[in-house]
Design a protein around this ligand. Sequence first.
Ligand code: ZN
Length: 138
Amino acid sequence: MESCVFCEIVAGRAEASVVHGDDDVVAVLDHRPATPGHVPVIPRVHASGLAEAGDAVGAPIWRAARRVAAALRVSGLRCEGVRLSLADGEAAGQDVFHLHLHVVPRYRGDGVVVSAEWRRRSREQLDRDAALIRDALA
Ligand SMILES: [Zn+2]
């Protein structure tokens, strides 16, 4: 496997400012944070994306993200809200191909932009889209 920066952090071979570590995940400060206190929660096992990560990988990530989010709110860092985000695939904005969940402190005027065209779809289109996804889930 080619070198993975998150595997290096998990192994303690790469520098990181750790905020939480347990048997399943490591949570560190992002070196290029959206806002101060931005924490990617990283599973110890390497999975490049959602398809490779089993359900057993997800629960500890979620548990740690909720704890970090609660801690951020009382940490003294500016945090009026929290945004969780996970990018799966390059088109989704994934930059490190080791699954991770971002915990981002948010506050009014923080400069973080979540942008889309938010185009309305008709009920017929929505029902057609829903059928495609239901079929894929089956
Ligand atoms: Zn990795």
